[in-house]
Design a protein around this ligand. Structure first.
Ligand code: AMP
Length: 291
């Protein structure tokens, strides 16, 4: 008989069952790592789970497609879902616990749908400017999930860099005793940032979408070389994405990496972020590089 050890993934639908499990783990001294996701898991999510496993005793993943952060109802409807496949991935990654609540569990009262935290100008630019209400919904659900799970560490991807900055600020605002860990963006071989939405792209579109990363790395190179001014870099990048890629571009911008305020030039080697959002057909993709 073939012997194999398989990780047991504890799955909880309710907050009370999850808490009972986590309290017993905390009682035996385990630290809790948390990876909130919307499912349709890929290697990007797995890298966050692996980082949590390295850092923490117990790793919890949540899968919850949060309706309040979708400003486009069609995007919510078409968001890929495959819970059985996700469970297999979580087992293979050695994740200890899946929290899989439904909408009523997360939002028994409307008050949970909108917290008072205001991310200020961080929430107004880039994604905030193009997706009204998105960050209010995102911050509210992340606060709700952090209050439920009460992790020691929570792991977020750099791919959603503005989200990471806002969550970080929110955790400081509420003085939550949680370390927010930023994990590097995981990419396909051609450079395209992994995303659940990539599942909706054809093979040809995925190949074409690699132009997003190529354009970001070109901009990074130009910034570091100091040859072109930022306005020219942005214009050229927008032109390449629009003309060569035939994408609709929501933004391509060079910003201070902490404030996300647009900058025209680099002051004293300050850290910058180059960020973009483009539409490939009706699928919106975002990516960024820290320079
Ligand atoms: P999502 O399921 O898209 O809400 O993402 C859940 C978490 O995974 C977020 O912290 C994302 O930033 C992170 N994530 C998504 N894609 C990637 C990626 N390609 N590399 C690293 N982290 C990612």
């Amino acid at each position: 008989m073939r012997a194999f050890s398989r990780f047991i993934l504890e799955t909880y639908l309710s907050i009370s069952d999850l808490n009972e499990y986590l309290d017993s783990k905390r009682g035996s001294g385990a630290s809790i790592g948390f990876v909130p996701t919307m499912g349709a898991l890929h290697d990007g999510h797995m890298s966050l789970l692996k980082e949590s496993k390295e850092k923490c005793g117990i790793t919890v993943c949540s899968i919850f497609v949060n309706p309040t952060q979708f400003n486009d109802p069609k995007d919510y409807q078409l968001y890929p879902k495959n819970t059985e496949k996700d469970k297999k991935i979580l087992e293979e990654t050695g994740c200890d616990c899946l929290f899989l609540p439904n909408v009523e569990e997360i939002y028994p009262y409307d008050e949970f749908k909108q917290i008072t935290f205001d991310p200020g100008s961080l929430g107004d630019v880039l994604e905030g400017a193009h997706r009204p209400g998105h960050f209010a919904g995102m911050a509210s659900v992340v606060k709700r999930l952090l209050d439920i799970v009460r992790p020691d560490n929570a792991f977020f991807g750099q791919k959603d860099y503005q989200q990471f900055l806002i969550v970080h600020k929110m955790v400081e605002f509420y003085k939550l005793p949680i370390e927010i860990v930023k994990c590097p963006t995981v990419r396909e071989n051609n450079g395209l940032a992994m995303s659940s939405r990539n599942q909706r792209l054809s093979a040809e579109e995925r190949e074409k979408a690699s132009l997003i990363y190529k354009t970001l790395t070109w901009a990074e190179h130009e910034i570091n070389a100091g040859r072109l001014n930022f306005e020219t870099i942005i214009k050229q990048a927008m032109f390449d994405l629009t003309e060569k890629g035939e994408f609709k571009v929501d933004y391509f911008d060079i910003c201070g990496s902490n404030t996300l305020e647009h900058v025209d030039f680099r002051k004293d080697n300050e850290k910058l972020a180059v960020l973009t959002a483009v539409w490939v057909r009706d699928i919106r993709l975002i990516d960024n590089l820290l320079v």
